[in-house]
Design a protein around this ligand. Sequence first.
Ligand SMILES: Cc1cc2nc3c(=O)[nH]c(=O)nc-3n(C[C@H](O)[C@H](O)[C@H](O)COP(=O)(O)O)c2cc1C
Length: 202
Amino acid sequence: MRKILIQFVHPARSRSKINNTLRAAVEGLDGVTINDLYATYPDFLIDVQREQQLCEEHDAIIFQHPLYWYSTPSIMKEWLDLVLEHGWAYGSQASLLKGKLFLQAITAGGDDSTYRKDGYNEFSLRELISPYRATAKLCNMVWLPPFAVLGIHRGLPEEEIKMHGEDYRRMVIGLRDGTLDIEQGRKEDYLNNDLHAIIRRP
Ligand SMILES: Cc1cc2nc3c(=O)[nH]c(=O)nc-3n(C[C@H](O)[C@H](O)[C@H](O)COP(=O)(O)O)c2cc1C
């Protein structure tokens, strides 16, 4: 069984609909730790030792966040800058993140059709998050495509939001229990494209 660390990255939880729903769907699951970065470090003074220890204690790290300016809310960049130290995260002597899974769970206002070469935003989500993929590679982690909830600006029906919460829970449980096929998942644009195809029944 893998231990899962969810780095929850949202600066305004009181105004969050989607990320709160996703979070509620996985809260309290065995083997899953939720670490709320903005709540823990409202002044951005990140406790590097605590964060490194959390990473060491878990086998998969999920950064769950809304897409802000085609990227992440700013504390996540601060986290990467401070926590991923040379000799711990990367470098010839570093192996503490080696083999751990790295995944982003991203919510975005624009829908899938806008995140294409010929769409309004001109770049795919996978292209936009390539710095994180490169970072994961440098740290010898196993990168997975994002779990994505898109099209929020068009106003997702309650049923659809609920379904994304259920999918998120299934995905996290699949990663935890080893029932999610990592190699198959890596071929998808979004990990939640077709969860039936990549998660086998226990
Ligand atoms: C500062 C800011 C920047 C944003 N930038 C983007 C963006 O670049 N692309 C996009 O599709 N949506 C963008 N959005 C929309 C958010 O991604 C969307 O509101 C969020 O994912 C909804 O999740 P929530 O209900 O948990 O807040 C932005 C929103 C804010 C507040």
